[in-house]
Ligand binder design. Structure first.
Ligand code: SF4
Length: 340
């Protein structure tokens, strides 16, 4: 039985039922008495919603079970070489989600059932790049954990990468369903990172996501199971009292007793685009997310060519030195990947 299933309806594209995993997911959904709909082809239709807000919420409660046809993996700089497309989308409703402007008006989750074909392709990519190590990111356009109890796709990928001397997997999540991954023979080839924030930021902006306590518990379990692990603190919101709040969060992480484990830190300050701001206003008209272009912000062109509002130089410098100092005080050694 799934601990908590966040979807209201599950749509199956026709071809998905030709795969054993597709049929297995179908059966599990039936057992759970979920609304299951078999689509006529591969076009996703039938998700209700008249307004942008309604369409967003209905999309978030929809899971599409599908077959991945495009096996050209997209690049995933700077954290990995390629994306590993097992899932796209996420049932969480974080106001500042990076997928906010990427998933269309009805941001459903899509999972793929042809895992073997996707992993075969990963193998070809790894082989073509030897003697170099190739790193794949399984959470580039998704949070892959919520559907893991249904598919076991990550477990299959972790087992696959354990057998690849030159292949590495990584993913980041806000969800704690890691139990099925703990006993796998991962050989340290998969890094599991948890995205966290202060309880106040989570409560205000990360709707339909688990608490920080649950995420940290899952981090502790993953690290104790010998996985290389990581903490992503994002987005850092520089509001009055931010130092105390983030210090308390780092203190909580340090109390997990994971010093000495392989844990990396990634820290990302809050930024937004004009497009994202408009989309957030449509979906969350009551949002209190600080997005005032004039206040402590500067406009910058990012690596993908579009402009975004980031904090000004002075604020970013203060944030950087704060995290460097506070992390060093609790986690010895070189544990920070980046602070941006
Ligand atoms: S959990 Fe991650 S992927 Fe899901 S909505 Fe929140 S930020 Fe987006």
């Amino acid at each position: 039985m799934l601990p908590h299933f966040p979807y209201k309806r599950v749509l199956f594209v026709k071809a998905a039922l030709e795969y054993p995993l597709g049929r297995q997911v179908w059966q599990r959904c039936k057992d759970l008495q979920l609304e299951t709909i078999q689509l006529k082809g591969s076009r996703v239709t039938g998700i209700p919603g008249k307004t942008p807000r309604e369409s967003y919420f209905q999309g978030k409660q929809t899971l599409v079970v599908s077959v991945r046809r495009d096996l050209e993996f997209a690049a995933c700089k700077p954290s990995a070489h390629f994306q590993l497309p097992l899932v796209s989308g996420c049932p969480g409703m974080c106001e500042y989600c990076y997928l906010q402007t990427q998933m269309g008006k009805r941001p459903y989750t899509r999972l793929y059932v042809n895992i073997e074909e996707i992993l075969d392709q990963a193998k070809s990519v790894i082989d073509s790049r030897q003697p170099h190590v190739t790193v794949f990111e399984a959470a580039a356009t998704s949070d892959p954990l919520p559907v893991e109890p249904l598919t076991g796709a990550l477990a299959q990928a972790i087992a696959f990468f354990a057998g690849q001397p030159l292949g590495r997997l990584r993913f980041v999540t806000k969800f704690p369903q890691v139990d099925s991954l703990l006993d796998l023979d991962h050989r340290g080839h998969t890094r599991i990172r948890f995205s966290v924030n202060t309880p106040s930021v989570v409560a205000r902006f990360e709707h339909h996501t688990p608490s920080v306590k649950l995420r940290l518990k899952a981090l502790q379990k993953a690290a104790r199971a010998g996985y290389p692990a990581g903490v992503l603190i994002a987005p850092v919101i520089l509001e009055p009292g931010w130092e105390e709040s983030y210090r308390a969060l780092l203190e909580e992480i340090s109390r997990l007793g994971l010093q000495g484990a392989d844990i990396r830190f990634e820290i990302i300050s809050h930024r937004f685009t004009t497009r994202a701001k408009k989309r957030i206003a449509e979906v969350f008209p009551e949002s209190t997310l600080p997005m005032d272009e004039g206040q402590s912000r500067q406009f910058k062109f990012g690596q993908f060519g579009y402009g975004k509002y980031v904090y000004d130089e002075g604020s970013l410098a203060a944030m950087k030195s704060f995290f460097e100092k506070e992390i060093a005080a609790r986690f010895p050694g070189d544990v920070i990947d980046y602070i941006i």
